[in-house]
Every structure is written in C-alpha cells, then in structure tokens.
Design a protein around this ligand. Structure first.
Ligand SMILES: [Zn+2]
Length: 372
C-alpha cells in the first residue's frame, strides 16, 4: 500500500506541475495551523498523531475515534478531512477524499489500530475532494454510504469533465478573467479559474466511484452500533444539498463534513447551497454541548470557537450584502464589493466567487424570494 501511495503521489506531482496550476501554487503556501492550545490539553485528543504523511495526519480524538486532517501545503492526496470510528465489532470510515491513495492512506491508518471488519465508508457529501477516491472502496469491497442524491450528483458534476479539453471545460471561467472590468474583478475571476482548474485536474484524472448505499435524508437520523460505540448519522441543509454528519453523542464529537470550515471562508458555490439553511445548521451545532469537539471538512480540529467563528463570518457576509441589497446594488456588483474585515484577514479564501460571491448571490436569491 505504501508503494502505491508513493507511486501515485509522484504522478500527482507531475500532474500538478502541468495542469493543476495556480490553485495548487496558492494552497501550497497555506500550511495547516497547529492544534489550538486548549485542544492540545483536551484529554480526548492525543498530543501526537498516530501517523503523519505530510499531506494528512491521523490523530486519536476519543475512545475509538480518529480524525484524519489534511494539510494541502504538503500534497493533495486527501485534500479534505475525514476520520474513522472503531468499535469492538466493526469500523466506520469517513470520506472518499480527493484520490484513491488518499482513501487508501486512511484505511492503512485504521489497520494500524484495529483489524475489525469495515462496516462501511461514508462520503459526507458528493464534492470532488470528498469523493474522487471512492474507487478505492469499490476495489476493496467496502460498502460506500452517502446521501441518496450523491451518486447522481457525482456523475452530473464530474463525468462532463472527462473526455474534454481543459480549455473547453474552463471556457466560461477563462472568459470571465478576460472580460474583467477592473484589477479587483480580474483577481477574483482568476481565483475562480484557479479553483476550477484544480477541480478539473482531479475529476479528469479520476475513475469515478459511486456510493452504493443511498441514505434517504427523510429516514435520518440513524444510529450505527459498532460494538460499544454508537455513531449517529444526521442530515442538515447548507453546503451541498447532500450533507451528512457523523455524531458520537456519548463523547461529544461531531464529524461535520463541509458544514464547517475552520480557518477558511465557507465555500458556497453549490447549486443547492442555502445560506439561511446553513446558518440554522450552525446555530444547532452551537447549541450542542460546550465541550463538543468538531472535525471540520477543512482546517484544524476545533471546539465551539470554530462554530462561533464561521457564524460570525456568515453574519458579516450577510450584513454587508444586506446593505448593498437595500441600496439597490445589483448582485453582480455586490459579489465583487464585499470587503474582508481585518479580523478575518487570516482566513483563507479558496476562490472568491466560490466562497464569498456565491454566498452573496444565494442571499440575494433568498431575499428576493422573501425567505430570511
Ligand atoms: Zn464541499
């Protein structure tokens, strides 16, 4: 397995230098922050990782609970966070990651601590960085669970990126950079093009693997008994229309998927994003126990302070957008005019339009429809 990982990472490196482009160049400069002091002293959290491969490390965060935390400054095998739960009778893996070697890495980490059968793996949602490594589970005979819409959305979103030239797939993004009316607009458009180039590179190079165990959100929550360890799967609105979280109530631990970004502006580009729904979801997380440990979809493990921070970010985006909405500023202009306040300058913006611009568009749509 180690050889496979190494072989793949060399190929990925070659691919990244040729077509993944500036997205990777930017992300390379953003190393993962260290574990916050209060978490480092949390008795649930192991001070040293079980394994650290650079691109991701795995750390024990509870009784039978592990978090896989990615550091994209060191590689893109995993890209998102995940983790696994180990009971007496079975294990439960979280995320398909951005490549098969990424998923394989997490499976290897599980096998360092337990040989129990794997009950299943879960994609917390269908996005490429959580699902492009799904083929590993197919090849390993691991049942793959996800929201009932996830399989279709993987196919609809990523199959069109296969068998086409890069410039064709990226044409509308390239045009936006060319047509930009100011340096600021051009920089925003370029950040979107860089992100899309990254998505295209990964989707184009991956064999798509689809979840074979659809979870009907109307039938959630469900409890999974792994033997002395119970996980609860819950569905919430917000980031993608397919979001499932894994909660371990007895230990106050939540694997949120991308319903929580820690240290980054939330990514809101999905066609089914709902900013009002997402803010309600975060309000619900904020009402969980004050000692709750969150494994976010991206960024370092955090406590309730991470939830408070992303809620503040949404408050700020909504506050600025509402002023512009009420002043009659068209959405196309409002998307560009948001100002990052000093207190959020340290947050990483993956791509302007995919994060801030999309949030503002969604807020405008919701206000026009008379929602929030
Ligand atoms: Zn996502």
């Amino acid at each position: 397995m180690a050889d496979l990982t190494n072989g793949f990472s060399r190929r990925q490196f070659l691919a990244s230098t040729s077509c993944f482009g500036a997205f990777y160049a930017v992300a390379k400069f953003i190393p993962l922050p260290a574990l916050a002091a209060e978490l480092a002293s949390d008795s649930r959290v192991s001070p040293t990782p079980l394994v650290d491969k650079g691109f991701a490390s795995v750390r024990k965060i509870g009784n039978g609970l592990y978090a896989t935390i990615s550091d994209t400054s060191k590689g893109f095998q995993t890209t998102c966070n995940g983790g696994f739960l180990v009971g007496r009778n079975a294990a439960f893996l979280i995320e398909g990651f951005s490549s098969a070697p990424g998923a394989s890495f997490q499976m290897d980490a599980l096998r360092m601590v337990s040989q129990v059968p794997v009950k299943c793996a879960l994609d917390t949602h269908y996005h490429y960085d959580h699902s492009m490594g799904n083929s590993f589970y197919g090849a390993s005979g691991v049942p793959l669970w996800a929201h009932a819409s996830a399989a279709k959305r993987i196919v609809d979103s990523y199959a069109p990126m296969q068998g086409v030239e890069k410039d064709t797939a990226l044409a509308t993004f390239i045009k936006r950079v060319r047509d930009a009316k100011s340096d600021m607009e051009r920089a925003h458009a370029q950040s979107d093009l860089d992100a899309m180039t990254g998505i295209f590179g990964v989707a184009n190079a991956s064999v798509l693997g689809l979840p074979n165990h659809p979870l009907d959100p109307a039938k959630l929550p469900i409890s999974i008994d792994l033997g002395g360890l119970t996980a609860v799967l819950e569905s919430y609105p917000g980031h993608s229309g397919t979001d499932i979280v894994v909660r371990v109530p007895e230990q106050n631990v939540v694997y949120t998927g991308d319903l929580l970004f820690n240290g980054l502006y939330p990514v809101c580009f999905d066609a089914q994003v709902t900013v009002s729904g997402w803010r309600e979801t975060l309000k619900h997380f904020a009402a969980l126990d004050k000692d709750t440990l969150f494994v976010p979809g991206h960024g370092q493990i955090c406590g309730q302070e991470g939830i408070a921070m992303i809620r503040e970010v949404f408050d700020d985006i909504a506050g600025q957008a509402e002023k512009m909405y009420k002043a009659g500023i068209p959405v196309e202009e409002a998307r560009e005019r948001y100002i990052v306040p000093d207190k959020f300058k340290s947050l990483f913006i993956w791509a302007w339009g995919f994060a801030i611009g999309s949030a503002i568009t969604n807020l405008y749509v919701e206000w026009k429809a008379g929602k929030s």
